[in-house]
Design a protein around this ligand. Structure first.
Ligand code: FES
Length: 109
């Protein structure tokens, strides 16, 4: 797992996500009660970028067809099983957001 500095904490808006990219992975950063969370920015329904949805507490609503996800877990709110959206560990150091991401191996061909 590699660590990447992806944003300043101050760039993450309230009530919405901030999209960043690590390699080929698009990630939404969210602020929930002063804590930062990172979840892959791809709605599993039809691929819409979830960071464009409204964030209410820990729940982001996809603006396309209104599916909801808990950005802390990647799960539908109130559900504990299924196929969650990948979430990533975050560290904030001196106002900079660092993320741990396992990038897929590059294709050498
Ligand atoms: S694309 Fe997100 S709910 Fe349909």
């Amino acid at each position: 797992m590699a660590q990447f500095r992806v944003a300043k904490e101050s760039e993450i808006p309230d009530g919405r996500g901030l999209r960043v990219r690590v390699g080929r992975v698009e990630i939404g950063l969210y602020r929930v009660d002063g804590e930062i969370f990172a979840m892959e920015d791809l709605c599993p329904h039809a691929g819409y970028p979830l960071h464009e949805g409204d964030l209410d507490g820990p729940v982001v609503t996809c603006p396309q067809h209104l599916w909801q996800f808990d950005v802390r877990t990647g799960m539908h709110p109130g559900e504990s099983d299924g196929w969650p959206i990948p979430c990533f560990p975050i560290r904030v150091v001196d106002g900079e957001v660092w993320i741990d991401v396992q990038l897929p191996d590059e294709d050498p061909t």
